[in-house]
Design a protein around this ligand. Structure first.
Ligand SMILES: *[C@@H]1O[C@H](CO)[C@@H](O)[C@H](O)[C@H]1NC(C)=O
Ligand SMILES: *[C@@H]1O[C@H](CO)[C@@H](O)[C@H](O)[C@H]1NC(C)=O
Ligand SMILES: *[C@@H]1O[C@H](CO)[C@@H](O)[C@H](O)[C@H]1NC(C)=O
Ligand SMILES: *[C@@H]1O[C@H](CO)[C@@H](O)[C@H](O)[C@H]1NC(C)=O
Ligand SMILES: *[C@@H]1O[C@H](CO)[C@@H](O)[C@H](O)[C@H]1NC(C)=O
Ligand SMILES: *[C@@H]1O[C@H](CO)[C@@H](O)[C@H](O)[C@H]1NC(C)=O
Ligand SMILES: *[C@@H]1O[C@H](CO)[C@@H](O)[C@H](O)[C@H]1NC(C)=O
Length: 548
């Protein structure tokens, strides 16, 4: 009996010890809070954790640095990923810091000797201010009683002062009422959060664009928002990861994104080491960030590589070419691949003289820099053309919005900058002397058509005879496409060979946009390479062409 009692006691002791431990553990958990109040400052060892446990705010020391920073990072990602830094340009040299609310209701970061390292600049005051780290990573100051989580109820929010990272829901752009410009600025290097010289934000204007700058020099622009997203960025077309929204009204001009799947973590970061703005996505099973998209996308994306009226084609060699109807301003520089001078009209414009200027339609273009432009949502393309024609400094026009078949009017003044051929490009109508335009070209071909169409039966007969002779000779397939071929001597071979569609399709990379040389009245012309290396040009009759 005694033995039994003793044994029971022995069993009880560790159980008590365990539960005590558990109590202590629980009390530590309940300490994890998402708010700071006047009576509850945050000391150096402790952190704030958002209610759902996604984000954590605290003090950190990056890499080999000895500086101390206040920042926000993902709590559950094992690779420390800091998304916001409060005192990036005022590091604390001490390990012991305190974050508290002062009398005015501002959040202040105090160092060991109680000197202010950093503070918020809230201009309005509330009765009972509290600081809260929200589930979306936003650190806000609000009145204790106002739980609405409404942006207007925040006295101050970290989302208004971004660092190098754009989180879901953050606005990138302008509050036109207060003049606040929210833009991203890169860290100097991976272990130095101080302000770098690589920035990205919204370029304000009649037709805003997303842009990236190296110092004060524009390095990239997205192209204007055209209803879908922008003529310059492919990869923004419907995707499973995120939705982009742009808002433009009297009060605000901004973009922001939302993630479609709440279990996927994805952010946008500016990286000054790479000079890239990257969308990265967390891959849990490899425990790494994976790059989803980088801007600039390629060398053609770098701002204005080909100069005025120069167009960049990424797969061409060299990448720069003057638009049709234009010639290099300085042929010598151009031939040495210095494209900065750009191109000029081959035939000067004769503005003011009626019917002397016209337009050439160029398809698949990233719209030119909108710095000197004008827009109207309600004009048709016809009105737009007329509007452009009546002003001598107007050099191009296009639809403002390409969704739903196109609407609105966008016109450009002065030289056209930063043009490229883009998968998500649209039609641009460039002003030319009439002799260089589509209209002239079309008149030509119409004449040709009417000349030819009269003796139709004769031609048909001839063609039949011709192909009969040919087929018996070369044993080619039906449905051939006519191509122009040169023999080795460079002489035009007058025998007309037939190629089947598969061969032509192969040679032109399935009529790839990259192979497109231009477009005439009957349809687009493609460059191709046959299996034997022979270069060819193929005209594809357009289904929508009334002439073809
Ligand atoms: C803050 O950190 C320093 C150094 O790690 C330590 O000596 C000090 O006690 C800490 N203060 C608080 C309040 O935790
Ligand atoms: C507190 O420390 C900082 C740097 O460590 C120093 O610049 C500042 O003068 C000190 N302030 C006071 C009041 O001692
Ligand atoms: C607050 O305002 C002061 C002076 O206007 C400025 O120097 C400081 O950078 C501002 N701080 C923040 C966090 O914006
Ligand atoms: C930039 O990218 C490089 C290469 O991926 C990486 O090592 C570095 O940490 C990044 N820099 C920043 C500031 O994130
Ligand atoms: C969301 O992402 C998770 C993890 O990648 C995946 O398992 C899930 O199927 C996704 N849900 C939807 C609706 O796509
Ligand atoms: C376009 O039309 C809408 C209504 O049809 C009108 O409210 C708006 O003011 C017009 N915009 C311009 C720029 O004319
Ligand atoms: C043409 O457009 C420019 C730029 O908007 C403007 O300054 C100029 O007054 C316009 N000229 C005419 C004749 O409308």
């Amino acid at each position: 009996m005694q033995k039994l009692l003793h044994a029971n006691k022995m069993a009880l002791l560790p159980a008590m010890f365990l539960s005590l431990n558990l109590l202590f553990f629980l009390s530590q958990i309940s300490h994890a809070t998402d708010t700071i109040s006047k009576s509850q400052p945050l000391l150096n060892g402790s952190t704030l954790v958002s209610k759902d446990g996604t984000f954590e705010l605290g003090f950190f020391t990056p890499g080999s640095s000895t500086n101390n920073y206040l920042g926000i990072w993902f709590k559950n990602i094992p690779v420390r990923t800091v998304v916001w830094v409060a005192n990036r340009d005022n590091p604390s040299k001490h390990k012991s810091n305190m974050l508290s609310l002062n009398k005015e209701g501002n959040l202040v970061l105090l160092s060991q000797n109680r000197s202010v390292v950093w503070s918020t600049n809230a201009t309005t005051m509330v009765l009972n201010p509290v600081v809260q780290l929200l589930d979306n990573g936003n650190l806000v100051i609000r009145d204790q009683k106002d739980n609405s989580n409404n942006e207007d109820s925040f006295v101050w929010q970290s989302f208004d002062h971004p660092c190098d990272t754009l989180l879901q829901g953050m606005k990138l752009g302008w509050n036109l009422k207060t003049g606040l410009n929210r833009y991203l600025r890169a860290w100097k290097s991976w272990d130095d959060p101080s302000s770098g010289d690589f920035t990205s934000g919204v370029k304000l204007g009649v037709n805003p664009e997303l842009a990236i700058w190296k110092g004060s020099v524009e390095y990239y622009r997205s192209g204007p928002w055209n209803g879908i997203f922008s003529s310059g960025v492919f990869g923004f077309s419907p995707n499973p990861l995120f939705d982009y929204k742009h808002v433009q009204n009297e009060d605000e001009v901004y973009v922001r994104y939302t993630l479609k799947n709440s279990s996927v973590i994805s952010i946008i970061v500016l990286n000054q080491t790479l000079y890239l703005r990257q969308r990265i996505t967390w891959i849990p099973h490899t425990r790494t960030w994976s790059v989803y998209q980088s801007l600039p996308q390629d060398s053609c994306d770098v701002y204005n590589v080909c100069g005025a009226y120069g167009s960049c084609v990424i797969n061409a060699s060299p990448v720069c070419a003057c638009l049709e109807g234009f010639k290099p301003k300085s042929p010598q520089d151009w031939n040495q691949m210095d494209w900065t001078q750009g191109c000029v009209h081959s035939e000067p414009l004769s503005c003011g003289v009626k019917n002397r200027d016209g337009f050439r339609k160029i398809s698949g273009m990233k719209m030119p820099d909108t710095s000197h432009s004008w827009i109207n949502q309600n004009m048709t393309l016809e009105d737009c053309r007329a509007k452009c024609l009546e002003n001598c400094s107007c050099t191009a026009y296009a639809n403002l919005d390409t969704s739903g078949g196109g609407s609105g009017c966008s016109i450009w003044f002065g030289d056209l900058f930063d043009l490229r051929v883009s998968e998500s490009g649209q039609d641009l109508y460039v002003r030319m002397a009439t002799s260089d335009t589509d209209a002239k070209h079309n008149k030509h071909s119409k004449k040709l058509v009417s000349l030819v169409s009269i003796p139709v039966s004769l031609v048909l007969l001839l063609l039949l005879a011709f192909s009969y002779i040919f087929m018996t000779r070369k044993n080619c397939k039906e449905n051939g496409i006519w191509t122009k071929e040169k023999d080795d001597g460079g002489q035009e071979n007058l025998e007309l060979p037939f190629f089947d569609l598969a061969t032509i399709s192969n040679a032109t990379n399935n009529f790839s946009i990259d192979n497109k040389l231009g477009e005439g009245g009957f349809g687009p012309v493609y460059k191709g390479t046959m299996l034997d290396g022979q270069e060819i040009a193929v005209k594809r009759l357009s289904r929508s062409s009334g002439q073809g």
